[in-house]
Design a protein around this ligand. Structure first.
Ligand code: HEM
Length: 514
């Protein structure tokens, strides 16, 4: 019956409607829809095209997407709606208004979980880990993570592992490079450093990325591949990647294989640690997160411990969270210093005056904070609404829509940071005595580490790590950014990598100092 009706309709179209009529009707429909979208979006917001939504604007700006989004938010007063073309919840609003961000991340936290959209795309790699979890599953991990990471024992252990890695691996590597006059991709070196560092902190294992010759490490490669393939699901129509997943082909098959390699490594590490605990009766000599949690009772059931699956997912999430963020932050920082010699001199003076005590390097702390304002390692993030809501600036959000908060644009907003908002000026974070005063800044205006109940658990760890690396490298080496390399710009990703890396040469300071 239905097929007969379709056939009749097609015959009617064929007999009575000319192609030119169809073209005029489509153009009229297109124009009406465009006008309606124009009227319902704020002035200055990107055009939402019929059928294609925001995609034409996005594709036109793939090469400068962060700058384009920043300008569009400034033009539209800080919030505008967006729509993709393939359903599955690909619509919502984009905002850079601190009051909206506070609403999402704190005031109405319960209405804005990470949500099923995020979870579905990361489940193969992350399982139920903290980064992928909501509700009780998230709360349990959050409690465990906060208790362990803020314990004096972990803080001492982690600054020890950071120091060992800096002096034992990173500095010797840069020394040998500088002796040979060799150039290297600074971003690659820093990514290797933070991968080894987070594996040591989370699992108590040496991943070996910084070993001699900078080898290819299968676990690190599988992790990177699994992350990239999970992220590709965000820009692929769901019917495409879900069909590939059902058939087990192409990128979906590669994702399953890469995620299996990562989870296999984590499972083996957990099993070996469990065996060690059974054999020796204690893990008291180990301070990494896995060993500490394995030795701890569940907060609500003191006679039970964490399951091996919990420990596996917890550690994988930690590696994802802590692996690339601080390395990209440092890469942008070193690049900014290379073009701001005045700031570099003040950092050097601060490092020298601190005599190795990173906690008293206040100018360095301010310079890193300022660098992340301009180049936030997580440039955009999003939450998914459970129920209809209205944001503080009056924007309506419907259930299942996403609210994307644009940290990159917030850091470059004149109304938040003043007319010199595009300048790299660490002094804006210092009080009159030169002490770091950023603690008083609203985390909803500077949302680089997220804010509210899901504030980054590794913030303190990240600063310790970044300060240790920056102080050790800058005190020993002058960094020369190689001229003539591909333009320095961000890569389109959820982490703000430099698109082509950062080719540099290191020269020992005492050899080159005048
Ligand atoms: C400069 C470095 C870092 C920056 C800018 C940063 C930023 C962030 C941001 C924006 C989030 C929220 C992500 C989201 O919910 O979608 C987050 C969460 C998190 N970060 Fe970091 N991070 C950094 C380093 C680290 C490190 C080194 C670790 C681990 C040692 C870490 C552990 C975590 C964890 C476990 C979460 C999840 C918290 C939760 O959902 O409750 N981060 N971080």
């Amino acid at each position: 019956m239905a097929s007969e009706l379709v056939a009749m309709a097609l015959r009617f179209v064929g007999e009575y409607v000319r192609a030119s009529d169809l073209a005029v009707a489509s153009a009229a429909l297109f124009a009406c829809s465009a006008v309606r979208n124009r009227l319902t979006s704020p002035r200055g917001a990107p055009m939402l095209w019929p059928v294609f939504g925001i995609l034409p604007a996005l594709f036109a700006h793939l090469d400068d997407i962060y700058e384009w989004g920043t300008a569009a938010l400034a033009r539209s007063g800080g919030t505008f709606p967006y729509r993709g073309m393939w359903g599955g919840g690909s619509s919502g609003v984009i905002t850079s208004v601190p009051a909206n961000v506070e609403h999402l991340l704190k005031a109405n936290f319960a209405n804005y979980p990470k949500g099923p959209y995020y979870r579905e795309r990361f489940v193969e790699l992350l399982g139920d880990g903290i980064f992928n979890a909501d509700g009780d599953a998230w709360r349990a991990q959050r409690r465990a993570a906060t208790a362990e990471m803020h314990s004096a024992r972990f803080l001492e252990f982690s600054s020890g592992t950071i120091g060992d890695l800096v002096t034992g691996k990173l500095v010797p590597l840069l020394e040998s490079l500088s002796a040979r006059g060799g150039a290297v991709d600074m971003q690659d070196v820093l990514l290797r450093f933070t991968f080894d560092n987070i594996c040591a902190a989370a699992f108590g294992v040496d991943a070996g990325c910084l070993a001699d010759g900078l080898p290819d490490v299968p676990f690190a490669r599988a992790f990177e591949r699994a992350t990239e393939l999970s992220l590709s699901r965000f820009v692929t129509p769901p019917f495409v990647w879900k069909a590939k997943r059902a058939l087990g082909v192409g990128s979906e098959r590669a994702l399953v294989e890469a995620a299996r390699a990562v989870r296999g490594f984590a499972e083996r590490t957990v099993a070996e640690r469990r065996a060690e605990l059974r054999r020796t009766g204690t893990l008291a000599g180990r301070c990494d997160l896995l060993s500490r949690l394995m030795s701890s009772p569940l907060p609500d059931c003191p006679d039970q411990g964490y399951s091996d699956e919990f420990l596996r997912d917890f550690c994988i999430s930690f590696i994802l969270a802590g692996r690339d963020t601080s390395s990209v932050a440092l890469t942008w920082f070193f690049w900014l210093l290379a073009s701001h010699p005045d700031v570099e001199s003040r950092v050097l003076a601060d490092v020298a005056a601190a005599g190795g005590d990173a906690s008293s390097m206040e100018y360095l702390h301010a310079a890193l904070t300022e660098s992340m304002r301009l180049y936030p390692p997580v440039p955009v993030d999003f939450k998914e609404a459970l129920k209809d809501d209205v944001l503080p600036d009056g924007t309506a959000v419907r259930a299942r829509e996403r609210v994307i908060y644009y940290t990159y644009a917030m850091g470059r907003d004149k109304s938040l940071w003043g007319p010199d908002c595009l300048e790299f000026r660490p002094e804006r974070w210092l009080d009159k005595r030169g002490a770091f005063a950023g603690g008083a800044e609203s985390p909803y205006k500077y949302a680089v580490f997220n804010a509210g109940p899901r504030l980054c658990v590794g913030k303190r760890f990240a600063y310790t790590q970044m300060k240790a690396v920056a102080a050790a490298v800058l005190a020993r080496f002058r960094i020369e950014v190689l001229p003539g390399q591909e333009a320095i710009k961000p890569k389109l990703n959820t982490t703000l990598y430099m698109k082509h890396g950062l080719m540099v040469r290191f020269a020992r300071r005492e050899q080159t100092a005048p």
